[in-house]
Design a protein around this ligand. Structure first.
Ligand code: SF4
Length: 68
């Protein structure tokens, strides 16, 4: 089981992860309590293949991916 987490305090909604994830784990959405920008939401974490492209590409280092 893979856990994909986005720290919404750091996420600026620039969609780098959406563009780089080969299996479309992320979607950009409006999230309650965060009005500064839209946020990346890991809507399909079960698809993750642990390539770590999102982790290394996120400009604000908001994403963590761990195998449980
Ligand atoms: S580690 Fe790779 S497959 Fe998993 S969410 Fe990030 S970009 Fe997508």
């Amino acid at each position: 089981m893979v856990k994909v987490k986005v720290d919404w305090e750091k996420c600026n909604g620039d969609e780098v992860c959406v563009g780089i994830c080969p299996v479309e784990v992320f979607e950009i959405q409006d999230v309650a309590d965060y009005s500064d920008s839209k946020k990346s939401v890991p809507v399909r974490p079960e698809e993750c293949i642990l390539c770590m492209a999102c982790v290394t590409s996120c400009p604000t280092e908001a994403i963590t991916v761990e195998e449980e």
